[in-house]
Design a protein around this ligand. Structure first.
Ligand SMILES: [Zn+2]
Ligand SMILES: [Zn+2]
Length: 321
């Protein structure tokens, strides 16, 4: 299961209700801040997420509305908050700009307040844990080296408790080994193979995050059957020409991608101040009914086949007082 919390959902400039691009993807103890527009640190506080374990930042591309918040965040880490390490992942061009911002403007010769590592993103896996991976894939937008991110749980083989009972496998390390795919030697000397107690493979949850993007033709494959697709919808079709000019999507184009790729849920973000939310939603839903438009501080739990909006009160505030 992945959870995504939207911290900023406005395109280009903030509005009264919407901050600039930022969202946090959570999986167990892992947290990934995806993009860090200006004002993100205050949104982090306001969301109740806090800075704890927020030590991996993925950047979709180097436009200012997606990176300027890094300066304030690192400045705060220098004085107030402490984390052990910070890893920033971005394409080459974005990384160049981020380096100038961090080392040229914020640090200016000072030692970073934590172990700071910058990773150049290329197409392929960029992070792997026991049960999930994060992959980067190229997207077409203004400027080079723009990426989307696929968060994907590894396939799972469910543990069949009734089979384990029938084989007389006691609870404890034997079952744990079998679940992790290893053979187990029981106290009575019998050897049980994982295949004896594990069911057929089930695909894991897939959450696709695409930031600013101007073309969808090459994205259907990576979005195929995703449980949730998060993608920008900066324009309405009435201004499709502007969308083309600035390499952004219309709400309809985003919905057509969702339909074509057979995704289960579509979450739109990166809204322009020029439109009403309900018009963006209506245009997308006319093509793909299972669409929502994210607002700042919306949180969704994404499971296989499921994407459930959380109540704002369900998150314990870590940063109160
Ligand atoms: Zn943008
Ligand atoms: Zn952009």
């Amino acid at each position: 299961m992945f959870e995504i919390v939207f911290l900023g959902t406005s395109a280009s400039a903030p509005s009264i209700r919407r901050g600039l691009s930022a969202q946090v993807v959570l999986h167990d103890e892992y947290r990934f801040l995806v993009d860090c527009g200006e004002g993100t640190q205050r949104q982090i506080l306001h969301s109740g997420l806090g800075f704890k374990r927020l030590n991996r930042i993925l950047i979709t591309h180097g436009h200012l509305d997606h990176i300027l918040g890094l300066a304030g965040l690192i400045s705060t880490f220098m004085r107030w908050e402490t984390i052990d390490a910070l890893e920033i992942y971005a394409g080459r061009w974005a990384l160049e700009r981020i380096k100038e911002l961090i080392f040229g403007v914020v640090l200016r010769g000072a030692t970073p307040p934590m172990a700071l590592s910058l990773h150049e993103v290329k197409e392929g896996p960029i992070f792997e844990a026991d049960d999930f991976t994060v992959r980067a894939f190229p997207v077409w937008h203004r400027g080079p080296d723009c990426y989307g991110f696929l968060f994907e749980e590894k396939d799972r083989h469910p543990f069949l408790a009734e089979k384990a009972e029938a084989l007389g496998i006691p609870p404890g390390p034997w079952r744990r080994d079998l679940v992790s795919g290893q053979a187990a030697t029981l106290p009575d000397g019998r050897v049980v193979q994982p295949g004896d107690v594990l069911g057929p493979s089930r695909p894991g949850t897939r959450l696709v995050h695409i930031g600013d993007v101007g073309r969808t033709e090459d994205l259907a494959a990576v979005c195929q059957d995703a449980d949730a697709l998060v993608i920008e919808a900066t324009y309405l079709s009435e201004e499709a020409e502007m969308a083309r000019k600035f390499a952004h999507l219309t709400a309809r184009a985003a919905a057509e991608l969702a339909l074509q790729a057979g995704v289960k849920h579509l979450i739109l973000t990166h809204l322009s101040r020029r439109y009403r939310e309900r018009d963006v939603l209506a245009e997308a839903q006319a093509v793909f009914a299972n669409t929502v438009v994210a607002r700042d501080f919306d949180a969704f739990q994404v499971r296989r086949g499921e994407c459930v909006r959380q109540q704002p009160s369900s998150r314990p505030a870590e940063e109160q007082g």
